[in-house]
Ligand binder design. Sequence first.
Ligand SMILES: Cc1cc2nc3c(=O)[nH]c(=O)nc-3n(C[C@H](O)[C@H](O)[C@H](O)COP(=O)(O)OP(=O)(O)OC[C@H]3O[C@@H](n4cnc5c(N)ncnc54)[C@H](O)[C@@H]3O)c2cc1C
Length: 332
Amino acid sequence: MKIQQNISLKPYNTFGIHTNAKRFISVNSLKDLKELIASEKNIFILGGGSNILLTADVEKLVVHLNTKGIIVNDFNDKVLVTAEAGENWHELVLWCVSQNYGGLENLALIPGNVGTSPIQNIGAYGVEIKDVFQQLEAIEISTGKTKIFTNEDCNFGYRNSVFKNELKGKYIITNVTFKLTKKNHSVNISYGAIRNLLTEKENPSIKEIADAVIAIRQSKLPDPKEIGNSGSFFKNPVIQVELFKELTKKYPEIPHYIISENEIKIPAGWLIEQCGFKGKRFGDAGVHEKQALVLVNYNNASGKEIYDLAQKIQQSVMQNFKIALEVEVNII
Ligand SMILES: Cc1cc2nc3c(=O)[nH]c(=O)nc-3n(C[C@H](O)[C@H](O)[C@H](O)COP(=O)(O)OP(=O)(O)OC[C@H]3O[C@@H](n4cnc5c(N)ncnc54)[C@H](O)[C@@H]3O)c2cc1C
């Protein structure tokens, strides 16, 4: 285990932003991680770098978590699959599908690592990890003690958990266990785009669903290998019904999703598009031409330029709709 000095983080974040880590270390085992945090407390954990916007050099020790391994506990009716934090998320999904373990198929092709998946309760196409989450193990940085978090302990919400709030930066998630089905999979094809692709299939297999999700994502979302981005930059806002009614007077076609009697979710991408930002470019920072929710780095944008653009969008949406857009990406 060797600490390196002044390492460019450009290859380590999907936005492709160049900032430096003053000190950087790759950790491949739990033993090494525990040894490291016995002496280093001021650390920044880096997974796949697909949910961060780097706006400055990182002063803390950057710990790139690379721990690998998958363990399966087989029961009559289900399996518990435990994966180490450094496993790649999409590879885990593909592996589970290949074993006919059901539950993760809608979450195919989400970038990043397993250890990060609970932090914002990753979700796509009608499924969130909280639906299949059994437990996780995490080390408290200040004490070095290991703690198990159940589903309830994580306090999962829409792109949210306890690790984005009161426990932010306090724990390192070291492994995550998912409760998956072995047969009679209860598949979720509620999303129109998935249903449309699987029209011929009465009972699609989990492999067919994963393939459909991959095809849809590849057709809609920019690949970070081609153009730097961090997926959805903002959360879809949930507004009160009174504001919604007021907005429908001016925008009768406003797309929405009813959450409860009083709350309505509005697609942030639609709001951004209405404000005229879709496809706009400011230097090397821009808003994707097909997905207004995705901010992009065309080449050499700095994190600050992307962040300035995000603020411009927030102000415009506030002015036009009286809606505060919340950033989903972690600003570092
Ligand atoms: C093209 C694209 C599409 C996306 N689509 C989706 C989507 O459909 N749904 C969705 O929910 N998200 C999506 N995302 C966002 C992203 O993939 C997820 O948030 C993912 O879980 C981030 O994982 P990561 O390992 O890359 O996290 P990183 O960016 O490395 O880290 C994110 C944060 O978590 C912290 N962290 C990382 N690992 C640990 C750990 N082991 N313990 C404690 N803290 C840790 C970091 O310090 C940082 O604050 C997308 C991103 C991209 C680029």
